[in-house]
Design a protein around this ligand. Structure first.
Ligand SMILES: NC(=O)c1ccc[n+]([C@@H]2O[C@H](COP(=O)([O-])OP(=O)(O)OC[C@H]3O[C@@H](n4cnc5c(N)ncnc54)[C@H](OP(=O)(O)O)[C@@H]3O)[C@@H](O)[C@H]2O)c1
Length: 322
């Protein structure tokens, strides 16, 4: 089967298409013939070495497809089932073997493309808006990269919960997308003084939560945008990792909290993946969260997909065709 591998870290050029023999299936695994693969910023961190992996490595964490083989201890799935997953390496391939506990069934009225686009990013939006901090209708939050994959789903879900969303985007075209997805206010990262505009919009109070996936470039503005006792959620490094900082800044900012979460810690307890995925598919089916697939690439063009995502050229989610 064809798969993408890296044997050293670096730029998009290290992504190599290889013909490989599929590993034997373990007793608790299912083999999935991919119909659609999700592209995520974490793939870039793994490719570049920011998140180290044992090499050589297969990349990609998220895909949707059909079960074509089951291990002898598999009890949840059978041949022909439509499934998706978001936490097993090797998704950049025609097929992948996945522990059955890490896969979920795709509802009949959700397409493979939507499932592949939504699993990792939508489940991230789910824990960020519903489980990380108690939010109530009328609360105000700040979302960076609001027209991106996670940002677009998070904005819509927050909006659905009655939260007032201030979104930050990198261009006027992305501002239109963010507005369409329910941002109540949209700021431009290279034109607006983000913290000053947030203080203006909130009457000097600041926002209850900042969702910051941009990292290095936005850290100071994010801290300065928070209300007293607000929460800084630093959940990504699109511009580079957030800096080391002195905890006294949290006190001076108004007894602030800071968390640096990862989705996988929010899917760890028994039942958490199934329950979060069921809630995600519910908001997709109801139309509360519309999955915007901004672009797609063939698997052979994976380097182009990485370049586009890393250079801020994409909007919404990106799907890879196996
Ligand atoms: N912690 C977790 O569990 C978790 C899970 C999933 C994703 N994430 C994080 O969530 C973020 C979004 O992931 P995604 O896959 O949906 O990507 P994405 O948001 O679609 O793409 C990243 C966006 O970040 C913005 N950005 C700002 N400065 C940038 C820079 N210097 N270089 C590149 N992009 C920059 C760009 O939007 P503008 O042009 O509008 O600025 C860009 O489109 C990533 O940081 C990812 O690591 C975290």
């Amino acid at each position: 089967m064809r798969a993408i591998m890296i044997d050293h870290v670096g730029g998009p050029e290290v992504l190599q298409m290889v013909d490989m023999v599929e590993p034997p299936l373990q007793p608790h695994e299912i083999r999935i013939e991919h119909a659609a693969i999700g592209l995520n910023f974490i793939d870039i961190y793994q490719r570049s070495g920011l998140y180290p992996m044992a090499l050589p490595a297969r990349l990609g964490l998220e895909a949707a497809g059909v079960v074509v083989e089951t291990g002898r201890d598999v009890s949840r799935f059978k041949l022909g089932d439509r499934v998706a997953y978001c936490s097993t390496p090797g998704a950049y391939a025609e097929r992948n073997s996945v522990p059955e506990a890490l896969a979920v069934a795709i509802p009949a009225d959700v397409s493979f493309e939507i499932a592949a686009a939504a699993m990792l990013k939508g489940l991230t939006a789910e824990f960020l808006c519903r489980r990380i901090w108690p939010l109530a209708p009328g609360d105000r939050v700040l979302v960076h990269a609001a027209a991106g994959g996670v940002g677009g789903m998070l904005t819509q879900w927050l909006n659905h919960l009655g939260i007032t969303v201030i979104g930050v985007v990198g261009s006027a075209a992305k501002a239109q997308i963010a507005e369409r997805q329910g941002c109540h206010h949209v700021l431009l990262s290279d034109g607006d003084d983000i913290a000053a505009r947030v203080q203006q919009i909130t009457g000097g109070e600041g926002v209850k939560v900042v969702y910051d996936s941009v990292g290095a470039a936005t850290f100071d503005a994010s801290l300065a945008s928070l209300a007293r006792r607000g929460l800084f959620v630093s959940f990504g490094n699109a511009s580079g990792p957030a800096p080391a900082f002195e905890p006294g800044r949290l006190m001076r900012g108004g007894s602030l909290f800071l968390t640096r979460p990862t989705l996988f810690d929010y899917l760890r307890a028994p039942g958490e993946l199934d329950s979060a995925a069921a809630d995600l598919f519910d908001v997709i089916k109801s139309g509360a969260v519309k999955i915007d697939i901004g672009q797609s690439f063939a698997l052979a063009d994976i380097a182009k997909a990485h370049t586009a995502l890393a250079s801020r050229q994409t909007t919404g989610a990106t799907v890879i065709r196996p």
